[in-house]
Design a protein around this ligand. Structure first.
Ligand code: IDP
Ligand code: MG
Length: 145
């Protein structure tokens, strides 16, 4: 039997330690839900060095990797799996550009973030950037899913 149901997709979202510290975790969840995506799981986590090294494997060798991992370990992160048709690109669009100073107003980073002049860009959220990254990252953070 064929189905007309749209193809669903999942993405990994992290509210980074700056977002949790500033009390913006709920605001990020609100925007994901307001856009019409579904929350599959939400968990406050203290990430380990091992998990972060795997999570940021694509940035191995870059000068900002060590400060990035240090920042990501500086407090809890809210780990979220969200679901919906085209949610991977949809959440990247909600998040805005990597540099929050120039991220478009209306986006999470553009509305709520700025460059604090630190070694690492603190930009409130992470979102998987492709179906392959999403599958890999969800497997890392939520092996049971
Ligand atoms: P993305 O989060 O927009 O996908 P990536 O290029 O995957 O951006 O970088 C991962 C994270 O590393 C960024 O979100 C930001 O926190 C940090 N970062 C990226 N590029 C730089 C940089 O040039 N200097 C400092 N930190 C950076
Ligand atoms: Mg990225």
């Amino acid at each position: 039997m064929t189905s007309d149901a749209p193809a669903q997709q999942r993405t990994l979202v992290l509210v980074k330690p700056d977002g949790v510290r500033r009390g913006l975790a709920g605001e990020v969840l609100r925007r994901i839900e307001a856009k019409g995506y579904t929350l599959v799981t939400v968990e406050l986590r203290q990430a380990s060095d091992e998990l972060l090294a795997e999570h940021y494997a694509e940035h191995a060798g870059k000068p900002f990797l060590a400060p990035l991992v240090e920042f990501m370990r500086s407090g809890p992160v809210l780990a979220v799996v969200a679901e919906g048709h085209r949610v991977i690109e949809g959440f990247r669009s909600l998040a805005g550009a990597t540099d929050p100073t120039v991220a478009a107003p209306g986006t999470i980073r553009g509305d709520l973030g700025r460059d604090w002049g630190l070694k690492v860009i603190q930009n409130l959220v992470h979102g998987s950037d492709s179906p392959e990254s999403a599958a890999r990252e969800i497997g890392l953070w939520f092996p049971a899913l």
